[in-house]
Structures are given as C-alpha cells and as structure tokens.
Design a protein around this ligand. Structure first.
Ligand code: XMP
Length: 508
C-alpha cells in the first residue's frame, strides 16, 4: 500500500494531518520525529508536522533527514518549514506581529505543483510564534500573505516543499487541494485506501493470523467493538465468540435491543446478565474513581469467567483504534494522564491470550465508514459515545437500582426526543445526570421534594474539547415537561452550559 510517513514534532494538529491525508484515500502513519521507521518502497513521501517548540530553542526537536531530504518528496508544515529554513542557513526569529488565525494568500506561484488549483486570496490558518525572516539561497517562495512573505517555499531541484500555515485545519479553505497536490500529484500515491480495500486485506490477514483458533471478544454496544466483531466474523465466522455483559448501567432497553441487533448480524454472541453483581459491588460507593475501579474489576471478573468457558480460546479480540496506539512524540514528555480513568478493563495477566486488534490502524471516522461498508445499521454506527462505567458516573452519589431506573427513564426521554426532533446526529454526545440534590416543587396541590436532573449535550470532534450544544428552547421545554410529568422522583430539569475545558463532558 502506498504510504505517507508523518513525522510528529508534537503539534496538536498532527492527527488532523493524518486524517486529512486519509480522506484522500491515501494511507499514512504517524511516527515520532526521533523514531523514523524503515523507509520501504511503499513510502512515497514524508510530512513534517508543526511543533510547540521554536526551532531556535536549545532543545528543539531535530530529525535525521539523511534518508528523506532530496530523496523522497517532503512537505514541511509550520515548525517543519521553519526548521528546514534555519537548517539551510536562513533566519527564523520571533514574529513581531501576530501570526495567529486567518490570513489570505496575496501571492501564489500558480506554476508550482503544490499550489495547483489554489485560488488567489485563498484563506489560510496561521498558528506560530516564530517566522522565517530570511530564506536560504536556492529556496523559492511559492506563496505569501500580507504579513508573511515566505508563507510557502520549495527547495529548488528537490521535491521539498514547506508551508508555514496549516493546510490540515478547516479554516485553511484550500488545504485539502494542497494536500491532494502533495500526496497524489507530487508523491504519486495511488488512492486505494478505501473501506472496501481495508476490509478485503484485513479479512485476509485475519484468516492467516488466526487460522483455525478461537477468538474471544467483549462487545460493548459501541461502534469500535461492533465493527471489530463484524470484521472478525467475516474472516473466521463462528470461531469468534462474543460476550456482551449487562452491567445494569446501560441505557433503557439497550442490552436487549443491542443483543438482538448482534444476533441479526449473525454474530456468535452470548449475553450475560451480571446486573446484580455490579449493583452489589457499587453499593455505598460514592467516589467516582472508586466506582470506575469497582466496575472495571467486576467486568474483568465476569468476562474472565465467561471466557474460560470457551475452551481453547487463543486470542482476545479488541476494538482498539489508531488514536490509542499512536506513540506520542513525547516532545514535552508523555502527555498528561488526565484520562487514565478511561482505561478501565484491560487484560488480566492470567488470561494469557494473544491480542488481535483489526482496527488498530483506523481513525474513528474510518471505523464508521468501514462499518457502513460492512452493512452495519446506521443506528449502531452513528451512536453517540457512551462511557464504559455507564450511568454509574452519571449518578452523582451512590448507585442503586432505583436511581439507575430513574436516570434510564430521563435519559430515554432526552435521547428519543433528540432523535424525534432530528437533532441526534447534530450532537456529538448527550445524556443526563442525576444530581444528589432534592428541590422543592409543586404538583397539583401538593408540595414535592424530589430530585434534580441535569441534561448535557455537546458538540465535539474527539471528546478532548467540547462545546455545549445550543439546542432550541422549544425542544428543551418539551423535553423538560415530559421528564417532569413522566418520571416519578424528578421535579426539576437543568441544562449544562459549560464547555470543556474547563468542565469535562461527564460530571464524574
Ligand atoms: P470527559 O468527561 O473526560 O469525557 O470529558 C470525555 C469522553 O470520555 C468518556 N468517558 C469515559 N469513557 N470510561 C470510558 O470508557 C470512562 O471512565 C469515561 N469517562 C469519560 C465520556 O463519555 C466522553 O465521551
């Protein structure tokens, strides 16, 4: 498969470059700048990412370009562009004027292959503190903005291109054209990275790797585990044994509904009712991290006991996706582990199964596309993310079956309401929180003293940052009425209008 290698210098946008290249149906991989892989014949070009560093800093990241520059097509972005300019004898210094945000190209070398089809005035997105003041000899300017003369350049006689703006960010309106020019016209990559080709090669590889062995896989109802299971099923059929655990913390009717869909898809799946076990370990636990640990451990125990019933299983299938495996370039040390709590579950040592992870090379949007190509229903593919510990971390106190029931009803009205109003797909994630607060209300002639719930709906790309969804007031009024009228035990509904950061999506 024709491949582009992206060397990561620690930019927040590196994964975005990869996703944009993949959108051109060209395969690419991200590697830390200081761990360059073997550049096999499949590698048709290299991209240098941006970086939080200044190339003048004493500890600035320095790549080994000996097998790259002048040998393979190279596109250096932002820091990459500045680094190459400095390396060639140019001058890079701190910018005197702000070079952050939108700018427009007021000079374009239309004959340059990288700039083909990029119109004069094209809006680009700048985000850098340094700027190139002097370009080395033999470096030719290919585009400029009013404030940035050397917005882009090519090293003459080489297929080495550089741009100081970010083509991968959607504010760079012709960024896709530019990336297309690089990967297709300059690197001559075939555009054969498609869901269909991925499925074909993966199924073949899975058959070879797994042979006649049995694979065990835990389904969660989420997109990743579902697509992984359907792919494995296509490859090895009923050698795949799926386990779907009801932890009692799922959405209303979710366990039954999803289990039915799994069976319809021909999966060999066993549903395990472990509700009581989860409720008993959660009894009296209020601290969020303790809840997560208790749920994680119980899940492993239940899963492990079930897996042991499948004699001679040799493999554990998992829905791991690319963002989980990309090695951080650790320019600034390992990225902070704010989200360590997300790694609930995992593989107990004593299971000693080999791992098979068919989605390891895919981004989330690619998993969805593969899922659609596999014929999985939109209802499953387009689902909002849902946390592993489920409703337990949306009940801001100890978890009881009664509270779960109340929250399931509230959540159901909200989510069904979003679907009915055509808003479900506009929202990235939505749910309800049961607050440990009772408030006074009045119903008929009676004074009530009941629970408060908070609704949360956010827009996001990857869950790392999020903004609250500006849902229509009419919609919220309808949902609120319905919740208070129908769910016994709730007399007040609030809407969470905090963005992340500084708030998080979940309340616990
Ligand atoms: P936060 O609350 O950190 O959530 O803004 C970001 C995304 O992660 C999900 N989330 C979890 N997922 N186990 C999971 O599998 C967890 O413990 C967990 N906590 C949060 C959250 O639903 C959102 O999509």
């Amino acid at each position: 498969m024709d491949t582009i290698i992206i060397l990561d210098f620690g930019s927040q946008y590196t994964q975005l470059i990869a996703r944009k290249i993949r959108e051109q149906n060209v395969y690419c991989e991200i590697h830390p700048f200081n761990k360059i892989p073997t550049l096999t014949e499949d590698v048709k070009g290299v991209v240098f990412s941006g970086s939080p560093y200044s190339c003048n800093a004493a500890d600035a990241p320095v790549p080994d370009m000996s097998n790259i520059k002048g040998k393979l097509p190279l596109l250096a972005v932002c820091y990459g562009a500045q680094y190459l300019a400095k390396w060639g004898g140019g001058r890079v210094q701190q910018s005197k004027i702000r070079e952050y945000g939108r700018a427009n190209l007021n000079y374009i070398d239309g004959s340059n292959p990288l700039m083909k089809g990029v119109p004069m005035g094209s809006q680009v997105w700048m985000s850098h503190g340094d700027t190139i003041e002097v370009l080395p000899e033999g470096y030719k300017t290919i585009c400029s903005t009013e404030n940035v003369k050397y917005a882009g350049y090519q090293i003459e006689g080489e297929q080495t291109y550089a741009i100081q703006f970010h083509p991968e960010v959607h504010h760079s309106l012709d960024g896709n054209t530019l990336l297309h020019n690089f990967v297709v016209d300059i690197c001559h990559c075939r555009q054969d990275w498609t869901p269909a080709s991925f499925i074909e090669t993966t199924v073949k590889e899975l058959r070879e790797r797994v042979g006649g062995d049995k694979v065990v896989l835990g389904l969660s109802g989420g997109v990743d585990s579902t697509v992984a299971a359907v792919l494995l099923n296509k490859a090895i059929g009923h050698q795949l044994h799926c386990i779907f655990v009801d932890n009692g913390l799922l959405r209303k009717n979710e366990f039954e509904g999803v289990l039915e869909s799994y069976k319809d898809m021909g999966l060999n799946v066993k549903g395990v009712d472990a509700k009581e076990r989860f409720y008993s370990v959660l009894a009296g636990v209020t601290e969020p991290e303790k809840k997560r640990k208790a749920i994680g451990k119980t899940f492993i125990d239940v899963f492990d006991a079930e897996a042991k019933l499948i004699t001679d299983a040799k493999w554990l299938g998992q829905g791991t996706i690319y963002p989980d495996v990309i090695e951080s370039s650790s320019v600034k040390g390992p990225s902070q582990t704010i989200k360590s709590h997300h790694n609930v579950g995992g593989l107990p040592d004593y299971m000693k199964l080999k791992l098979v992870e068919p989605l390891r090379s895919l981004f989330k949007d690619e998993v969805r596309r593969v899922g659609r190509q596999l014929g999985i229903k939109d209802e499953l593919i387009g689902r909002h993310p849902f946390p592993g510990p489920g409703l337990a971390i949306r009940i801001l106190s100890d978890v009881t079956p009664e509270k779960v029931h109340i929250l399931q009803e509230v959540d159901h009205i909200f989510i069904q309401g979003l679907r009915d109003a055509g808003l479900y797909d506009k929202v990235w994630q939505a749910g309800a929180m049961l607050l440990p607060v009772q408030s006074v209300g009045v119903m008929g002639d009676e004074r009530t003293y009941e629970s408060v719930v908070a609704l949360r709906a956010v827009e996001s790309v990857d869950g790392m940052t999020a903004d609250w969804s500006h849902l229509p007031y009419d919609f919220m009024a309808k949902v609120s009425n319905e919740i208070i009228n129908r769910v016994k035990g709730v007399n007040r509904v609030c809407y969470d209008i905090s963005s992340k950061p500084p708030a998080t999506i979940e309340w616990e």
